[in-house]
Write a new protein. Sequence first.
Length: 201
Amino acid sequence: MARLVSALAPTTTIREGFSVSELDDYRAKMAARFHTFDHDGDGHLTRQDFQLMAQKAARAFPGPRSDGQDQTAPLAEAADQYWNGMAALADADRDGRITREEFIGAALSGMHQDPEGFARIALPWHQAVFTAADHDGDQRVSVAAVECMLVALGADPAQARRVAAEHRTDADGLVTENEVLSAVAAYYTTSTPQQAFTMPR
Ligand SMILES: [Ca+2]
Ligand SMILES: [Ca+2]
C-alpha cells in the first residue's frame, strides 16, 4: 500500500488549480458511480448497500482460497469499514443515508487528487476484493477475474470486459494486485474518464 501511495503522491502537488472541466469530469464519474453503488436501488446509499456489495463480491468468488480462508467475513468487514469512511465524510446530518450530492461531495473532498484519502477510505475494500479473487494468493489474477470483479462492483458487463482487457498483464498473461489497485486509485483520485461504471440507459 505504501508503494502504491508513494507512486501516486506527485498528483497531490496539483491539489489547487485544476480546471472546472476537470472537476466536472470527476463529478460525472462519481455521479455514475453513485448509481452502481446503490445496490438496493432506493436512491441513496446506506450501510445495507455496502453489505449487498460485499455479498455480491463473495458470490462472485465463492469457496475458500487455496490457503483455506473463506473471504465472506473479511469482505463484509472491509465493506463496513468503507461505509464508515464514506459516512464520516458524507453523511453530514448523520441519518445513515448518503444522497447523490453528498456522495459526490465526499469523493471530491476526500479522494480527488488525494491518494492518502483514497488509501484510508477505499483501498482496504478493493484489497479485500482482490484477495477474494486471487484464489492461489500469488498477488495475480486473470483478466477474466478482473472483469468478474468489476461486474461484482456494479459495472456494466460489456464495459467491464473492455476495461479489464486494458490492464497491463505480466509474462504469464496475469494482472498483478499493484496494477489493479493503481487503476482503482486512478479512478477515484483523478478526473480521467473511465467507462466501466456508467449511468443506466
Ligand atoms: Ca440504497
Ligand atoms: Ca492468483
